[in-house]
Design a binder for this molecule. Structure first.
Ligand code: SF4
Length: 321
């Protein structure tokens, strides 16, 4: 049967979505981090301001509809706001994943001026105690204040809750606080077995049954009139890899030094935006999904999820696509 146009990544001349990890630095040292980010964890070769601006210009010129900034803490990159300006001027919608600590009134005004499509604030509890236990150098008060500021500005912020054994008991209360604070959406899903979370999996990961009960309790709350929308990621990371092998998304992931990866769970970096254009990177990424090397690795990863320990590495393809 012929696939409808748009069903395959081959149908797109540019990615529909770019996830951009601007820096690996942040103020956290969270045990459940799916990267290995933290203070003084910036990569030594992170993109300079001029290089990052050139990448942003390339994204806008290619007509990419949507860029999601993550990290580390993306707002800690000194050129973060300039990149937003370039992208927004070029017609690219902005998404931001943040701890909220730099989103003062001026920052929120700027995001509003660009009509930011989605601002997600990570808040891992209903209390400072639970949040800061998981995010040792984070600030619950500052994150919550930022979320409220975004809500007051009409930006419809999203509350992101990463479930672990240390905070699962506060998920329901966190949902209630999200509702009272003006969050548009409460986002959660199975903990990702990547980065430091993978290294401490036994202590951190809720059992399937604990997560199922938590998800049910959240769904009950979300059914109440006027409640925020509940967005629960349906898969764990292994299921995600399996699904993406069968049907890759029209997206790329840019890591802090400008290399381009296929997915945060896979170590392959088939392109490098320090040397290649976005169009070339997109061609290389689409080819990489079809390469025997990537396919073989995914097969081995599905049989042995401990290979996810390589997720945050950057491997060139042995056979350039
Ligand atoms: S979860 Fe976020 S704040 Fe915590 S270490 Fe990772 S990137 Fe930093």
């Amino acid at each position: 049967m012929t696939q409808p146009r748009g069903a395959s990544v081959g149908d797109y001349r540019a990615p529909l979505f770019v996830a951009w990890q601007l820096t690996n630095a942040c103020s956290g040292r969270c045990p459940h981090c799916c990267e290995d980010s933290g203070p003084r964890r910036a990569w030594p070769d992170e993109l300079s301001r001029p290089a990052a601006l050139a990448v942003a210009e390339g994204i806008a010129a290619a007509g990419v509809p949507y860029v999601a900034f993550g990290g580390g803490e993306p707002t800690s990159a000194p050129h973060f706001w300039e990149l937003c300006e370039v992208l927004s001027r070029g017609g690219t919608n902005l998404k931001l994943e943040t701890d909220g600590r730099r989103l003062d009134a001026d920052a929120v005004e700027r995001l509003k001026g660009w009509n930011a499509a989605c601002v997600q604030v990570s808040l891992d509890g209903a209390t400072a105690e639970a949040h800061e236990r998981l995010r040792p150098r984070g600030s619950f008060a500052e994150g919550l204040a930022a979320l409220r500021r975004l809500a007051a500005a009409g930006l419809g912020p999203e509350w992101v809750f990463a479930p672990t054994r240390l905070n699962l008991h506060e998920a329901g209360a966190a949902f209630d606080l999200a509702a009272a604070s003006g969050a548009r959406t409460f986002v959660s899903g199975p903990l990702m077995r990547l980065g430091r979370a993978a290294a401490d999996w036994g202590r951190l990961a809720p059992s399937d049954e604990e997560w199922r009960r938590c998800a049910e309790a959240l769904a009950e709350r979300a059914a109440r009139p006027g409640a925020p929308r509940l967005s629960l990621y349906p898969w764990d990371i292994v299921a995600e890899v399996r699904a993406r092998r069968a049907s890759p998304q029209a997206m790329i992931l840019i890591v802090p030094n400008g290399q381009v990866k296929l997915l945060n769970a896979l170590p392959f970096a088939p392109a490098d935006l320090r040397r290649q254009s976005l169009g070339e990177a997109w061609t290389a990424a689409r080819s990489a999904w079809k390469s025997p090397e990537v396919s073989d690795f995914i097969g081995r990863l599905l049989a042995d999820p401990s290979l996810l320990r390589h997720a945050n590495e950057c491997w060139p393809l042995r056979e350039a696509p």
